[in-house]
Each structure stands twice: as C-alpha cells, then as structure tokens.
Design a protein around this ligand. Sequence first.
Ligand SMILES: Cc1ncc(COP(=O)(O)O)c(C=O)c1O
Length: 368
Amino acid sequence: MIPISKPIIPKNAKKKLLECLKSGWISGAGPIVVSFEREFARFVGTKYAVSCTSGTTALHLALAALGIGPGDEVIVPTFTMISTILPVIYVGATPVLVDSEADTGNIDVSLIESKITKKTKAVMPVHLYGHPVDMEPLLKLVEKNRLAIIEDAAEAHGAQYQLKKVGSIGDLGCFSFYANKIVTSGEGGMVTTNDKRLAEKLKSLRNLARTPKKHFYHQEVGFNYRLSSLQAALGLASLEEVTTILKQKRHIASLYRKLLSLLPHVILPVEKNYASSVFWHYAIVIKKTSPKSRNQLAEMLAKKDVETRTFHIPMHIQPALVNLGLFKGERYPNAEFLSKNGLLLPSGPNISDRQIATVCSLIQKFMS
Ligand SMILES: Cc1ncc(COP(=O)(O)O)c(C=O)c1O
C-alpha cells in the first residue's frame, strides 16, 4: 500500500521525550514548551509564537485575542477545511465566504472588497496545500479598511510569499502540528505574531485567563488549550528536520511534475511568481473535458493499493454550517469545480521515487 502520507518520527524524538520524562516536566508548564515556541518563532520569522493544542484552537485563540465576537463578520474562503470556519462560529461571529482562484485554489483576493461591510473585522486567508495566498493586494485592502489578517498556515509551514514566510505577514499566523503536517507534534498548534500585546493575550487565553499572582481568580473567559511538554518535545525534534523535509517536498513535486506533465486531461499544481510553495500535498485537478472522472481515477488507484484523498468540500455546502442558517443559496463555481475534480496524491516526506513512479505510471495508463 502507498499511503497518502505517513509521519516521519524524528531522529531526536526519543531523546527529547526521555529528557522530559526524566526531568518530570510533562505538563504545559515545562521549559521545553518555551523552547519550542522560541524555535518556531525563529523559523517563521516572528517575534513571538504561542503554542496550543491544535490548528483549530490556534485559530480560535487568534479570533478571541482580537476580541472578535457576536455582531462581527470575518471573511474566509469557502474552499478550505472546516477548521478555518468553526472558530468563527465558536466566538459567535459570522463567517462571510469568498470563492477561490481557479489555479491555486486559494481565496481570490480580487473578490474580497465586495464582501466588506461595516461589521467586517478580519480576513482569514488560507495558504492551501502549501501555496501562499497573494498577500500584497490583501495587505493593501485590509490597511484601507482597517481589518485584521489571521493567516491560516496549517498546511504551509515554511512556504514563502516573496521573501517572507507565511505566518509572519498578517497580524497573526496559525499552524497545525497534526501528524500529517510538515512540522508535527502528533497533535498541536501555534499562533505566531510580532505584536507583544497580542502574544500576551494569547498566552493568557490558552491558560484559562488566569490572574497573575491570584490563584483561581479569572476576569474573563479563557480556555485550556495548553500544549503538553511531551508534544513540545516531539515538535522540537520535528522542527530540527524541517529543512530536509521541505527539500523532500519540493523533490516529490518536481518528480510528479516531470512524470505527469504530458497528460492532456490533468492540471498540475502551479507555483506563482510571488510564491515558494511547500507542496504539502501534490494536488492535481482533472479537467472538465476528461473522459475519465476524478472519482474513477481515485477508485482505480484504491484498487491498486494507492491511497488518495479528494479535495476539501466547500463550506457553503457543509450541512453543519447550512443547518445554522448560513450561506443560503450561495454558489462559488471555482470552489465547487475544484472540490469535484481535485485529488491529492501520496506525498508524505518518506515516499520513495519508486513509489511516485508507480503512482504516475498507473495514472498515465488510466488517463491517456
Ligand atoms: C486549512 C486548515 N486549517 C486548520 C486546520 C486545523 O488543524 P488541526 O487539525 O490541528 O486542528 C487544518 C488541518 O488540517 C487545515 O488543513
């Protein structure tokens, strides 16, 4: 079986975990959590990084730290994972959707302005499948309208927009360390920022908004979203290997491109001139004109023991959200097309060239 992705257990994982166990620091209060935050901030290029339990809780903390709540609107892409949108619901705000660019699948920045109202407080660009959103026009737009940017960089550790790493461009950047991510702690998350006040607020909120020097006294509603020392140990060991993993991701992408580029019905992932993508997953799209559908291709590959994953399902057709009365009658053609026709190919960092060649030869035979 060729899996869609298999986590790498970092070389130093055992050593770092044992150090934690020996020291007795296993909770979220240990020094290794602080080390992981310091190293991750250095990697992203921000002054601060605040760890938490997942990418979803990172986004929740980011919205809460900005004070976004009932009556506010937050602009988000419809084509993303539900984890981008749920935190907007958790804080009681309203998500407002925008369609995708046809090629990157990222939020189409040119469509955002028409969605801004007096209630809009923030925009959440998602750097999908490792390709950065076009941030320059977005920065101009948010400056003009005095909005905040929360980058959802859960799928894009190390990706660059021009010379800046994603997660360092907006007011806040949110990362996931789930097992299939480029940096992993099994489960976990991080919020990055250059704003000291926001960093302090994030630290307080993820730790039940405790009052310093007054135990068990709370002036506002916080959360227990603390990352444990054991997770931080794994995360630190994973971060030590990030350069190698990023190189391997680009190698995987270039091999897929070489082997699939002549297929007339398959659209390969792009890399815009402003972007350095990390190709978190190698994401292909089957053309409308193709005699074979995406589902037929996925079924054939499954029969041959190759695991794939279909693209995200847009938010405007998610029952969990539609049942809340949201997005009635809204249509987003690019997101719908990508969702119906996109397929993620196996691209975990430890996939071999031979396995990629096997996948490509099956696709070539089936699609040509
Ligand atoms: C775009 C996006 N945002 C947020 C998340 C949430 O991350 P987590 O699974 O760590 O909660 C994910 C997870 O894969 C994601 O793909």
